[in-house]
Write a protein of this length. Structure first.
Length: 157
């Protein structure tokens, strides 16, 4: 592997271990030419999953796009980055387990909203407002009403 600093193809692996999400191998390497260290990740090459958008267009599944959307919904909420990474890993695994080569964007959005509903109601509503394209406050009320009607919904103090 070429060193990202000196571009020489002369390195050795110092350490290998499973990544945090257990779907990759994290390798710590040392360049034998410039002596600098760097980290690489090795993932299984999956068949390329496509997401079918509302307009019928197809685009490659992008785990980073999922992570970014979740991070925006969870912004300034008591949710750790590792929780977001875990949700992304679970969603990705579920997609590859349940679908052959394509997933409808509505199915993907529903999977994400289910996870967010369990994790944090505010993050869920933020995500739903963008995903479902809320246009006015009634859309928010319609989404919140089932949550407020639940017997275990606790009023704020």
């Amino acid at each position: 592997m070429k060193c990202p600093f000196c571009y020489e193809d002369n390195d050795r692996v110092i350490d290998s271990r499973a990544s945090q999400d257990a779907y990759a191998i994290r390798r710590r390497r040392e360049c034998l030419s410039c002596k600098r260290r760097y980290t690489t990740y090795e993932r299984i090459e999956e068949s390329e999953m496509k997401v079918v958008k509302k307009d019928g267009a197809r685009e490659p599944f992008n785990r980073e796009k999922i992570r970014s959307g979740l991070a925006k919904a969870c912004w300034k909420r008591p949710i750790r980055d590792d929780q977001i990474v875990q949700i992304v890993a679970e969603i990705e695994q579920e997609i590859y387990d349940r679908y052959d080569s394509e997933i409808d964007s509505r199915d993907l959005g529903s999977m994400l909203m289910d996870r967010l509903r369990e994790l944090d109601q505010v993050a869920f509503v933020r995500f739903a407002s963008v995903y479902r394209e809320f246009t006015d406050v009634r859309d928010f009320v319609d989404e919140l009403q089932p949550m407020l009607d639940q017997p275990n919904a606790e009023p704020r103090q």
